[in-house]
Design a protein around this ligand. Structure first.
Ligand code: IPD
Ligand code: CA
Ligand code: CA
Length: 264
């Protein structure tokens, strides 16, 4: 696929994201149907409607591409090297509680390599985009990770999975260690936005365990293109199927990794 085509992919994703933003804004504060996928894992009519719209958009333009979407799973068409990975509403709990921190996340991969990422916050109107090798942007303006060098001055962000009780001891040990080492730690509730906020330098680092491919697919392209180092807790390169993610500016990354690597 040529670089010209990747731009087209980004434009299609942008159109789909803005249409889903209208859907999410329409339902915001007016939900009538909040279901559960697990004890704490919510799903709303907005997640479903947003996902349906994005899939229809992709299908209409690229009928033979594969799609992995959070709520409906695989839309397999065969052995296409082209794959879309979608989170139609990242931050469902915030959304259901009317906290305006959530996003639409659309990633595009070729042969398992993430090539395009787009994350849109429908409330703030912030659109983060990146095409591999061409830099990362916030509403069209280039973005870079922070230049902060010392973890003692770093503002970090993390999140907790719905099955956190299964990893509670380790997660709390890591949380405690980071809280002690850094200037502060936040928990926003949208992993896609966490990665974008590292990309534009608002946060110096992000870590989380047990995320799913749709949580990170778009955000890692944006963060990497903005200069973030992205690995697992052992320092090996991150891929969307991994259980641990650590994304940080190049100065903080090593310091954070040595904290997160703790064997328990
Ligand atoms: C969740 C958010 C949250 C993270 C959870 C994810 P969802 O996604 O990204 O920040 O901590 O682990 O599951 O369920 O709102 O799409
Ligand atoms: Ca998610
Ligand atoms: Ca979601």
């Amino acid at each position: 696929m040529t670089s010209m085509d990747l731009n087209y992919i980004k434009n299609v994703a942008t159109g789909a994201a803005f249409r889903s933003a209208e859907i999410l804004n329409r339902f915001f504060g007016k939900l009538t149907d909040i279901g559960k996928k697990g004890p704490d894992d919510l799903v709303t009519e907005a997640d479903i409607a947003s996902e349906k719209q994005i899939i229809e958009t992709i299908r209409s333009k690229f009928p033979d591409h594969d799609i992995l979407a959070e709520e409906s799973g695989w839309h397999q068409t065969g052995k296409s090297p082209y794959r879309w990975i979608i989170d139609p509403l990242d931050g469902t709990t915030n959304y259901a509680y009317q906290i305006p921190i959530f996003s639409i996340s659309i990633g595009f991969a070729i042969d398992n390599e993430m090539m395009v990422g787009l994350v849109l916050n429908p409330v703030s109107g912030e659109l983060f985009t990146a095409v591999r090798g061409r830099g990362a942007f916030l509403n069209g303006t280039p973005i870079r990770v922070s230049d902060r060098k010392d973890i003692g001055e770093a503002l970090l962000v993390t999140g907790f999975p719905y099955d956190v009780d299964q990893i509670l001891r380790n997660a709390m040990r890591r949380f405690e260690a980071c809280l002690t080492a850094a200037r502060g730690v936040r928990r926003l509730g949208s992993a896609a936005l966490d990665l974008c906020f590292v990309a534009c330098g608002r946060f110096d680092g992000f870590w989380e365990e047990h995320l799913k491919p749709w949580d990170t697919a778009a955000g890692i392209v944006i963060a990497a293109e903005a200069g973030a180092v992205i690995t697992d807790f052992s320092g090996h390169p991150f891929t969307v199927d991994k259980k641990e993610i650590l994304a940080a500016n190049g100065h903080i990354h090593g310091q954070l990794q040595s904290i997160l690597e703790i064997k328990i």
